[in-house]
Design a protein around this ligand. Structure first.
Ligand code: IP8
Length: 257
């Protein structure tokens, strides 16, 4: 049986992050075709981009219930926006001929962060999950990031060969923020001892940006699984990364710890 690869489609890659609820259809179509061409059994985790972070930030959903603030409509609205983004993803996969099934996390996951509860759903074809607003025992609700989902799927599913983070706008982890980076600033092999000046747009992003991906990647790598971060705007790089071929990007190692 084909080996399993868990892949994250970054929210900043599949949506236009600065305009509420706008998809990057071209990228979604090309990623769906990559999945159709792959020889692996895939689990796709997609991020939220402009379908999640803006409203979640405005209504402080990552902090859970806040006294005196009406957040209920926002919880429902972000969940339905995420379902809509997921619908675009599922339709593109279907058009590409990929048999896939989606499992919205607010229906099965409890709690946020890497130790969320709930049995990870899995489908015989391609399994699809995404960052979502989930219930939480203490906070009532919170934001479960796709970066925590990719960590848990990579660690707990049998036969995972590789975890791939497909991100938007950059070739991998850069030594300095993209605006200042030159051709030599791509870190080809990263571990937690290697410093980099990550940019995190905390004014719009309610989860962790590149820093969270790097940390979760290192955690996955501790389990002996290859982890690679690639620029998802280049479909051939994404396919090569899935298939385990050498590719421009950042390989993440767990380091010495
Ligand atoms: O973009 C965040 O998921 P991420 C989910 O994978 C929401 O961190 C709803 C903001």
């Amino acid at each position: 049986m084909a080996g399993t690869v868990v892949i994250k489609w970054g929210g900043g890659l599949i949506t236009h992050k600065d305009q509420l609820c706008t998809v990057n259809s071209e990228v979604i179509e090309s990623l769906a075709k990559v999945c159709a061409d792959s020889s692996k059994r895939l689990v796709i985790v997609h991020g939220a981009g402009s379908f999640g972070h803006m409203k979640a930030k405005k209504f402080r959903l990552a902090e859970g219930r806040i006294k005196g603030m009406n957040q209920d409509d926002a919880v429902e609205s972000v969940r339905s926006d995420m379902k809509l983004l997921n619908k675009f993803v599922m339709e593109a996969l279907q058009r590409a001929g990929v048999e896939a099934k989606s499992f919205p996390p607010h229906e099965w996951a409890l709690g946020t962060g890497p130790n969320f509860e709930g049995e990870l759903p899995i489908f015989d074809g391609v399994t699809v999950v995404f960052g979502d607003v989930v219930e939480d025992k203490e906070k009532e609700f919170g934001i479960l990031s796709g970066d925590d989902l990719i960590l848990r799927y990579s660690k707990e599913l049998d036969g995972v060969e590789r975890a791939v983070f497909a991100i938007g706008g950059v070739d991998g982890i850069l030594r300095v923020p993209p605006g200042r980076a030159g051709a030599d600033d791509l870190i080809e092999v990263w571990n937690p001892d290697v410093e980099f000046e990550g940019e995190h747009a905390s004014e719009i992003d309610v989860t962790g940006g590149i820093g969270l991906k790097a940390a979760r990647g290192a955690e996955i790598s501790k389990n002996g699984i290859d982890v690679i971060l690639v620029n998802g705007e280049f479909p051939s790089r994404v396919l090569d990364a899935i298939e385990g071929k050498s590719v421009i990007g950042t390989r993440i190692m767990s380091g010495n710890s």
